[in-house]
Design a protein around this ligand. Structure first.
Ligand code: PXG
Length: 465
């Protein structure tokens, strides 16, 4: 069978419904409706099987940082497949691409995160982290330090470990999660949960929940705290400025490893190479994936500090690894991706030019009648829709009803903008130009206008009681 690039949409949809089970989807509903089939992409634009063009405001799934259609990455994959398409890194073997990428990541990463353990994506890398931090403390003679503290509404992946670390109750409800010895504190979501507190006070309060949780569990039981610098899938929740310094201080004071999950924030997303730099975090372990290869090849990993790597290295065999740990083709693609990002100063461009430009334009959306707040950092942004701005009120309608309507209006206007509940989020390829940002904002505003008109018409601009 060929790759069906020229099959009519209806036939593709039928075949997809017959044989393809989609992630995070009610597949029967999708089968009845028919999936949208994306056939090609260039720069920040997608094209579907009906020839409709969409501005990809989500960089795929937060990953195509350098944009679509960079031939150099295809060439790198092609060359590496010819040279050495696969070899493993288990039995005292290695290969040039994995050696090159490891050295490159050590150079790019902040602090002394000089060592890499590879996976095929972020979920696997976080599973590695669970086993690794527990093994680390066991080697250090503290086998009871096992609990990993995470946050409600965090996303850390979909494997048993990743979904356990994540704070999505809908995920925990399926498959008997979380696994033992995972604990949770609340997220630093001032707009939704801060009440009358100032963002700064609220940030401190939420950070100090970590200290309280450590005290409750006992410092001798806690291995690590894991968090995204900015919660991505949870709704682009940008923490108050007081939050991260307090978290860092608490981890330092209590001998708790700090894991920064940079799967979304890494590789330029926040205007620095890593979100940890944007927020002054000094992680012991960093989870990476997505932007590492700009999604052109599946690769992720855990960056380890000198100290963590040293303990693990001297603790005998670490009985853990994946067939595709350090896959040569994925490493070659990632290397080329990083070369392009550096040569074309993409991160600096976000920090100095396009990030501030998006911030200014996006903030203006807060003047819209439907919008309660509009915030951004680097090339990720979110806005809250509300029936009552002053009260930061939620809608009376079921959570997500309004978000879904806005998402649909957005797609209808040629923009991929996602909803998380009644919050709208974007994270376009970091190479998006100022002109394309203008287009994105224009389409988002139209989507908001049309959503508001529809809500008024249907009597849905009412606040929850
Ligand atoms: N950590 C974070 C912070 C993520 O955002 C993962 C880990 C897991 O990575 P993999 O490569 O195993 O998927 C992610 C992934 C969404 C969405 O709906 C977000 C992700 C994945 C799928 C959907 O926003 N993030």
């Amino acid at each position: 069978m060929t790759l069906l690039h020229n099959m009519p949409t209806a036939d593709l949809q039928k075949l997809d419904a017959a044989h393809h089970v989609h992630p995070f989807t009610a597949n029967a509903d999708l089968a009845a409706k028919g999936t949208r089939v994306i056939t090609s992409a260039k720069g920040v634009f997608l094209r579907d099987s009906d020839g409709i063009e969409l501005l990809d405001g989500m960089a795929g799934l937060w990953c195509t940082n350098i944009g679509y259609g960079r031939d150099e990455l295809a060439d790198a994959a092609h060359a590496q497949m010819l040279q050495l398409p696969y070899y493993n890194t288990f039995f005292h073997t290695s290969h040039p691409p994995v050696i090159a990428l490891s050295a490159k990541l050590a150079q790019l990463a902040p602090g002394d995160l000089n060592h890499v353990f590879y996976a095929s994506g972020g979920s696997e890398a976080n599973d590695t982290n669970i086993r690794l931090v527990r093994h680390y403390w066991a080697i250090k003679g503290k086998p009871d330090k096992k609990v990993i503290i995470s946050r409600h509404n965090a996303y850390h992946g979909s494997t048993m470990g990743g979904a356990s670390l994540g704070g999505f109750s809908a995920m925990h409800a399926q498959g008997g999660l979380p696994i033992p010895d995972i604990a949770f504190i609340d997220q630093p979501f001032w707009y939704g949960e801060g009440g009358d507190m100032s963002p700064e006070d609220f940030g401190l309060e939420r950070a100090r929940q970590l200290e309280a949780k450590i005290a409750e569990l006992g410092e001798d039981k806690v291995a690590a705290f894991i968090a995204e610098p900015v919660q991505g899938a949870g709704g682009v929740i940008i923490p108050p400025s007081t939050y991260w310094p307090e978290i860092q201080q608490i981890c330092d004071a209590h001998d708790i490893l700090l894991i920064a999950d940079e799967v979304i924030c890494g590789f330029g997303r926040t205007g620095n190479w890593f979100g940890s730099e944007t927020y002054g975090i000094r992680p012991d372990i960093m989870t990476i994936a997505k932007g590492l290869s700009s999604g052109y090849a599946p690769i992720g990993g855990s960056l380890l500090s000198d100290e963590v790597a040293d303990v693990i290295a001297n603790g005998g065999d670490f009985n853990h690894g994946y067939t595709y740990s350090g896959h040569p083709v994925a490493c070659a693609v990632a290397m080329e991706n990083l070369r392009i990002m550096e040569d074309e100063h993409m991160v600096e461009q976000v920090r100095d030019v396009t990030g501030p430009y998006l911030a200014q334009k996006w903030a203006q959306l807060a003047d819209h009648g439907l919008v309660g707040e509009a915030v951004s950092v680097g090339m990720m942004a979110s806005l809250a829709m509300t029936p009552d701005k002053a009260a930061r009120a939620a809608f009376a309608a079921d959570k997500g009803t309004v978000g879904l309507r806005c998402r649909d209006r957005s797609f209808a206007n040629g923009l991929v903008m996602r909803h998380v509940g009644d919050r709208m989020i974007i994270a376009p390829p970091i190479v998006i130009s100022k002109g394309e940002i203008d287009q994105l904002i224009e389409r988002a505003s139209t989507a908001l206008d049309e959503t508001l008109a529809g809500l008024k018409q249907d009597g849905l601009m009412t606040a929850a009681g």
